[in-house]
Design a protein around this ligand. Sequence first.
Ligand SMILES: Cc1ncc(C[n+]2csc(CCOP(=O)(O)OP(=O)(O)O)c2C)c(N)n1
Length: 290
Amino acid sequence: MALTKEQWITLEKKASALRHKTAEVCVWAKGAHIGGAYSSADVLTALYYYVMNFNKDNYLDEDRDRLIISKGHAGVITAPILADLGIVDEALLPTYNHTGSPFGVHLDKRKVPGLEASTGSLGHGLSIGLGLAMAARLRNKKYFTYVLLGDGECDEGSVWEAAMSISHFKVTNLITIVDRNQCMIDGRTEDVMGLEPFADKWRAFGFDVIEIDGHNMDEIVTALERAKANTSDKPICIILNTFKGEGVGFMRDNYKWHYGTLDEAQLAEAFRDLDAYEKVRIARAEKEGK
Ligand SMILES: Cc1ncc(C[n+]2csc(CCOP(=O)(O)OP(=O)(O)O)c2C)c(N)n1
């Protein structure tokens, strides 16, 4: 158990608030990648609000932790997080995906403070993270680099080239995280391009694998802390078993909600679901938290 009950509940409330805000941004944007934002919402909350040394006062410091959101279409939740952290202007969120906005549907590092890399073209984030992590080692810096990949993204060969290098060079200050929601843009991963045995593939590339429920905040934090404390020379890949659209009944586990927008009735239904979901999640933290 990594979290106290209080910390766990605080993170649950934050993840829920972010899911609500993401739905609003999706409406303002007239469409965004909401399904994969929701599968990643819990790990992003754990990273930005508990695990990482990253905040509005240090986001430009050399020693800050780095997170590369390689599945860059999760911008629809990244922008609200950076606004909530006070790094970007919250008043600009309604412009998301509009002409002239600093926020495109994929975020641009040159326009969005706090963003470590412009992503959206899948398959590049792990190599970017590898470079940042090797730079830390060469310069004797203590920061950690985290890279969040989509499972569909792992169809890209470049992911595996980076994986090969990470284990070859024993880059253990890089923590690879995969959002294994089993869905991609136009189908289920196992129908489009089978990934299984997925964990064994990472093992074959020289990684130790931690596989967890990606919607259990305590498991997420425990896994990240275990990865940070790794003293072996094998890098770690955390596979998060998640659901696309987690939190909203009509989106959950449905690849058709990879990208979409919400009309008024759908937004109201989504909010009702998210409110009920928050209650269930908090009840679990109350029951299982210490
Ligand atoms: C190089 C590249 N090819 C294709 C796309 C189009 N695309 C956008 S999202 C996506 C599916 C990604 O699936 P996954 O990584 O599982 O994302 P998630 O389900 O977590 O949202 C694809 C193919 C892209 N953005 N970049």
